[in-house]
Design a protein around this ligand. Structure first.
Ligand SMILES: Cc1cc2nc3c(=O)[nH]c(=O)nc-3n(C[C@H](O)[C@H](O)[C@H](O)COP(=O)(O)O)c2cc1C
Ligand code: SF4
Length: 376
């Protein structure tokens, strides 16, 4: 019966415990997309704080159309679109390793949810021209030639991550970004080899994994994927299990189970996790995937207390858990638990951090207000 402090091996990667920091957009890149000193400090704090595996925030595989102006206060993303960008990550990865944690780079293309402003007036791209309701924008259907380029861009990003020393790559296949757009019957209405039945909608991932493997060989390639889009006509639990089956056969080594897209945003980071019964709200979905695939599963979403974590692990619902918001408030949470204070995470799941993701660099607004109160 594994406990949260037991080590785990995923492919050839040894992780010191079963708790991951789920990818969390920090907005700590500069205008060129390089990771900042603040980001390095944050990852050091998480590693020192006992996290087993850190997933970086969603790192962009393609340059924005818009040139970003220098502005230290803007929550810019980080990029991995050139070999040069890998160089900036090397010291960060080294520092995390020196503190005993593993680190994986999450790679993303935002697809139909790319903010119109960064497209410099152009429509975002997506498998099909299905209006994205939160921005009110109709994306342009990506061409077959562009799909091939995009597969190459993802594979190159995985290769660059490996060259920077990252222990694994994680494809962002959830939350309504490009990979998720391909999987979902709601956003993928194509009639060519990248659309149609489940296998054809999963093909984009299969092709990325196969191409990436040519570069990185026996290197862990993980995915964070939706188990449900939580939208009528979208991906559901049963189909997610079929997709998981196809992509693990193609070489995906580990699945982090998530859900929701911008149009069902409240499902991505649920609010009000104030009792045990509300924790780990995607657990039944992980259990459905567990039946379909043999690779390690990571469960994210409302995981807040050691008791719930140990139950997930001992029941075998998942092999690891991951947390996002709790680590914003308490980067040293794992060590707190390890030192015997087993009270649940202090994050109250108000989601102010999530609602301000793209307007301010990542922070806990509750903690900030408390400090301001004490200082005044
Ligand atoms: C501020 C913020 C930024 C996030 N950025 C990402 C991201 O870059 N990539 C990703 O896969 N998920 C991202 N998420 C989603 C979280 O990783 C996680 O799936 C979700 O918040 C549920 O977990 P939690 O209840 O532990 O917060 C973000 C969530 C928040 C609150
Ligand atoms: S603002 Fe703080 S308390 Fe609220 S969800 Fe984010 S991390 Fe948790």
């Amino acid at each position: 019966m594994p406990s949260m402090f037991d080590p785990i091996k995923i492919k050839n990667l040894n992780i010191r415990n079963r708790i991951a920091r789920s990818a969390t957009y920090e907005g700590m890149g500069n205008h060129r997309g390089e990771p900042s000193r603040h980001l390095a400090q944050l990852y050091n704090a998480l590693a020192e704080g006992g996290v087993g595996l850190i997933f970086t925030s969603a790192t962009m595989i393609e340059k924005f159309k818009l040139e970003l102006p220098p502005d230290a206060d803007m929550p810019y993303p980080t990029f991995i679109h050139t070999d040069e960008m890998a160089e900036f990550w090397k010291p960060i990865v080294k520092d995390v390793h020196a503190r005993g944690a593993a680190i994986a780079m999450q790679v993303v293309h935002a697809g139909r949810q790319e903010a119109p402003i960064v497209r410099d007036g152009e429509a975002p791209i997506a498998p099909s021209a299905v209006q994205e309701k939160t921005y009110g924008v109709v994306p342009r259907e990506i061409t077959l030639a562009e799909i091939k380029d995009m597969i190459e861009n993802f594979a190159q990003a995985v290769r660059r991550g490996k060259s920077a020393g990252f222990d694994a790559a994680q494809l962002h296949g959830g939350h309504g970004y490009l990979i998720s757009n391909f999987i979902s019957p709601y956003t993928n209405r194509r009639t060519d080899e990248y659309g149609g039945d489940t296998a054809r909608r999963a093909r984009f991932i299969v092709d990325i994994v196969r191409r990436a493997r040519e570069f990185v060989g026996d290197y862990p390639i993980m995915i964070k994927m939706n188990c449900d889009d939580f939208i009528p006509g979208g991906l559901d639990k049963d189909e997610a299990a079929r997709v998981a089956n196809i992509i693990t056969k193609a070489g995906i080594d580990c699945i982090e189970v998530t859900g929701g897209i911008y149009e069902s945003r409240e499902q991505m980071s649920r609010k009000g996790i104030n009792k045990e019964e509300k924790e780990a709200y995607l657990r039944p979905y992980a259990e459905a995937l567990r039946k379909a695939v043999g690779v390690p599963l990571i469960l994210v979403g409302g995981v807040r207390s050691p008791k719930v974590i140990d139950r997930i692990l001992s029941d075998g619902a998942a092999d690891m858990v991951s947390l996002s918001r709790p680590f914003i408030r308490e980067p040293h949470l794992v060590n707190r638990w390890k030192q015997g204070d087993l009270s649940k995470a202090t994050c109250i799941s108000c989601n102010q951090c999530g609602e301000n993701t793209f307007t301010q660099p990542m922070r806990c607004y509750v903690e900030e207000a408390l400090k301001a109160g004490k200082d005044s």
